[in-house]
Design a protein around this ligand. Sequence first.
Ligand code: BTN
Length: 328
Amino acid sequence: MESTRSKLIRLLADAKESYISGQQLSEQLHISRTAIWKHMKELEKDGYVIEAKPKTGYRIKKFSGNVSSNTITWGLNTLWIGKEIIHKPTVTSTQVVAHQAARDNSPHGTVVIADEQSSGRGRMERVWHSKKGKGVWMSIILRPNIPPYMAPQLTLMTATAIAEVLDQYDGIQPNIKWPNDILIQNKKVAGILTEMQAEQDRIQYVVVGIGLNVNQDNTEIPDAIHYRATSLKMETEKEWPIIELVQKILEGLEKEYESFLKKGFGDVKSKWENYGFRIGEMISLHSGTEKKEAVFLGIAEDGALLIESSKGEAEKIYSAEIDWFVED
Ligand code: BTN
């Protein structure tokens, strides 16, 4: 159910530049005018700039761009993801905080988000650069009732949800590089790291870590990865609203997750393939020291990478990296 605070923001937002009287707000929200005033003070604490004009009413002069558990919650349209949000200005890694929270019984759908990570981690023990206030650095705790072997499908599902969110914006055409790198114009803008705590046949919890480069400038991407990394700002030459992106990703993820549990992986597979990078093309793959080249056919019903074998048959690959640039 939408909270009073979210409804209040919506009413103020709908009024655009005009003032809404305290009386009107109090009638629509069924709370006293003193309570309205207290809500306004709370909004100001979270970075909103509110103008209160005597005998006229209130209007929002500036929406808050500060990430906090409040600013994410207000306007978040989900049933269970993000009902609990742990926001920290600085962490080593949101994955570390989320694992601890999961061990401490934080519920399914808990979100851990930080402004900055000092040791952000990527797949294959790589470093994930997470500059303060420049991107979405968050981890989500899930407690799915599925066997552990299906967990990688959650990662493909998350990649699909993120690609669908980015696709809603003009000027952005995302691709997904198997299994879960989000690319724009062949450069990586987002990555997903899924970590799981499980017994042989039961998942205790999964932590899905999402890193999305949002407002970095050219100079804020380390030189060493310049040739293969980008941010939304670098692609569009404008600042992006981090809170809105977080809300849309959480909403999209909740929808995809519900559909995945009800209908299985089939739907995710076809959506994933809509964004699949280099499907139908010759790709070069490596796993450890083994390298091969083959035509990329798509993904299998279980999420494996499908290539055309030398005998012309479809062959499943579970663990490999697509060589994407020569330098990789
Ligand atoms: C990758 O592409 O290698 C995965 C990158 C995942 C980065 C995110 S940022 C939030 C969360 N915390 C981390 O330390 N890593 C993930």
